[in-house]
Design a protein around this ligand. Structure first.
Ligand code: WT7
Length: 655
């Protein structure tokens, strides 16, 4: 059980076909139908997307141009007017879905709540009015720092309803990380809760918000809106802080959805890259609504009576697109769970599936591997027969884990969709369509219709079958990010200029290495940049290095990923100390804790190694490649001739 090695994947040639019964009822029923859609979209992308936009979404005003492409800046459905909260709520109220469960929520201490579409609509309208009451206007940004409770989704939809952009910050991030994001996005209001449960402990979210806002360090924030969740003692500051339950009593439940332009900002979501601070990925209204809608419908094969559960946190893009917007736009029943896999409750996921009769289940390989380790007896003791479709996301899945998922969780009858995508892509890009595309364990299979994915070399040329290369997209798609918030230049540099554009041909560079086999199936190998993926969480090595060097004891730091059985990758930091400090266990603990304080527990290094010096080139660049090999405990491979001082490497080797 480990990250898929190239060897294990090359040997992987099992092919799994969906059952005839599954295919007959599926949204997309055969490989032929998939190919037809794919070719149609490729031949005339604009006609393909326009047709879907017209038939799948409600518009207040139709667009006049489908795509305005000024590379690398795209506008989709130009001059169209719509509102995503209208498409997720209002339009279902005039149908039988009015009293269908929109959101089933399962709380960590065992409490639960179900909101019908009518009830969810009412709460969203009230929340929107509460935001307005605090002065939030169309075009403002609102920070959301919440546990996994219905109000997190309600707050997002409320922002969208009044045309304020949300910027959700994962509740596991520290006060410092929260502050950086609020400052960058110039948020006006922060929505939070007194606290939330995270793996058997209470996280004091409001307290973190207080720290982030201390001493007027985020001048744009004038108010906070606080949801009572844990009931712990919470300090409320005079005019600044307001309880949601107090405001709820004062505001009306009438709040028409604001007509938004297709290209109006819907949200900013921060994600890590190889350089600098996390970047604010910008998604806009129309294209994102359409892309998340249609990918949810075809990939999760939603049927009217399905109960659908995606286990992500709303703090990540997966939660945005596949807990909230995609499912609700389709009028589906979406499950939200406050808990997380942990050894103290090894049956927690399977209990939720049994209790709510979940039909479609979407989770991450890291969770699957954790459950494998906890033992088959836990899923086997539950009735999982409601399941008919499984999905995975976030990192490559090793074939062993895939087979376990298929056999032990899916009872051998459920197709598995392994979905490759990114915060930047807005929605799923490479995946099986479950009734149409046969699967191979470890492969994300084929691109979604309209997605011109390719494997290229650094000149932009497609490489041959089974030759490794870089994953790239050759044509804009509606769900694509529009820019980096406040930094269009960084957007251009990061994603569009790795491969120098030729003859106006811009390629989106995903930052992943991949290979395509003789059947055209994609095998994603992992990041090719200084980004590491720890338990499905994306972290920039440079962010962690900055956190480490901000500690007075640290002179220099270099962070690399090493393979980890459970988490996919783990963080290893090499540090050199300032003159007056010497290595000790206490300092080690302190440095780990310092990273937690600066970024959050997800960035805690698994290992810190003290070193006298770091291996550098003659021009002074740290040779991370060597450190990666050292951290992984493998023979140092590749050229070491550019190393300035070879004895450094020797010393590190000896530990
Ligand atoms: C990176 C994006 C959007 C999903 C959640 C993560 C890796 C994602 C897969 C997959 C192999 C995958 C890639 C990608 N990744 N899905 N099915 N197979 N790798 O979003 O935090 O923006 O991270 O996650 O390396 O670039 P994210």
């Amino acid at each position: 059980m480990s990250q898929p090695t190239i060897e294990s994947i090359l040997q992987e040639n099992r092919l799994f076909h969906p059952s005839a019964e599954f295919s007959q009822k599926a949204q997309i029923k055969s490989l032929d139908e998939y190919h037809r859609l794919y070719e149609q979209a490729k031949a005339d992308p604009q006609a393909f997307w326009a047709h879907l936009a017209e038939t799948e979404l409600d518009w207040f005003q139709k667009w006049d141009t489908v795509l305005d492409w000024q590379p690398p800046f795209a506008k989709w459905f130009v001059n169209g007017k719509l509102n995503i909260s209208y498409n997720c709520l209002d339009r279902h109220l005039t149908t039988w879905r009015r009293n269908k469960a929109a959101l089933i929520w399962e709380g960590e201490p065992g409490d639960s709540r179900t909101l019908t579409y009518a009830q969810l609509h009412r709460e969203v309208c009230q929340f929107a009015n509460a935001l307005k009451h605090l002065g939030v206007q169309k075009g403002d940004r609102v920070g959301i720092y919440m546990p996994m409770i219905p109000e997190a989704a309600i707050a997002m939809l409320a922002c969208a309803r009044i045309g304020a952009a949300h910027t959700v910050v994962f509740g596991g991030f520290s006060a410092e990380a929260l502050r950086d994001r609020l400052v960058d996005g110039q948020a006006r209001v922060v929505v939070t809760a007194d606290g939330g449960w995270r793996k058997d402990a209470i996280v004091p979210l409001k307290e973190q918000v207080d720290k982030a806002l201390a001493d007027g360090s985020v001048p744009s924030v004038t108010n906070t809106l606080v949801v009572k969740r844990t009931g712990q003692e919470t300090h409320m500051l005079g005019d600044r802080d307001h309880w949601w339950h107090d405001l709820q009593k004062q505001v009306s439940a009438d709040c028409p959805a604001e007509p938004m332009d297709s290209e109006d900002l819907l949200f900013i979501l921060y994600t890590s890259g190889s350089t600098g601070k996390p970047k604010g990925v910008v998604h806009t209204t129309g294209g994102y609504n359409l892309y998340t809608h249609i990918t949810t419908k075809w990939i999760f094969d939603l049927q009217d009576t399905d109960v659908y559960w995606c286990t992500a946190d709303v703090g990540w893009i997966t939660g945005h697109s596949y807990i909230v917007y995609g499912p609700l736009s389709n009028g589906a029943t979406t499950v939200m769970y406050e808990g997380a896999p942990r050894t103290s409750n090894p049956g927690c996921f399977w209990d939720v599936i049994e209790k709510h009769g979940v039909n479609v289940f979407y989770t991450a390989p890291t969770a699957i591997r954790a459950f494998i380790k906890m033992g088959d007896e836990h899923p086997k003791a539950r009735n999982l027969s409601s399941l008919r479709l499984l999905g995975t996301v976030g990192e490559p899945i090793n074939p062993e884990a895939w087979i376990w998922y298929q056999q032990v969780i899916g009872g051998g009858r459920c197709p598995i969709v392994d979905t490759w995508w990114q915060t930047e892509t807005g929605g799923i890009m490479i995946t099986a369509l479950p009734g149409a595309i046969p699967t191979k364990p470890g492969s994300a299979t084929l691109p979604f219709p309209g997605v011109l994915a390719d494997i290229i070399d650094l000149e932009g040329k497609a490489v041959g079958a089974n030759e490794g290369g870089y994953l790239a997209i050759r044509h804009p798609w509606p769900g694509m990010m529009r820019t980096v918030y406040g930094d269009p230049d960084r957007f251009r540099r990061t994603y569009w200029e790795h491969v120098p554009p030729k003859e106006g041909q811009y390629l989106y560079f995903a930052g992943d290495g991949a290979r395509r086999d003789e059947d055209g199936y994609f095998w994603v190998m992992g990041r090719v940049d200084d980004v590491i993926n720890v338990a499905g969480h994306r972290l920039g090595t440079m962010e962690i290095e900055s956190a480490l060097v901000s500690h007075p004891a640290v002179a220099e730091a270099a962070v690399v990923g090493k393979p980890d059985e459970l988490k996919g990758q783990d963080i290893v930091a090499f540090v050199t100390l300032e003159g007056t400090y010497s290595p000790s266990d206490d300092l080690l603990k302190e440095l780990k804790q310092h990273v937690v304080k600066e970024i959050g527990a997800i960035a805690r290094p698994g290992e810190i190694r003290f070193a006298d010096a770091l291996p550098k080139t003659r021009s002074g660049k740290i040779m991370r490649r060597l450190l990666r090999d050292l951290a992984s405990g493998v023979e140092i491979s590749g050229d070491t001739s550019t190393l300035e001082d070879r004895s450094v490497l020797e010393k590190l080797r000896q530990g």
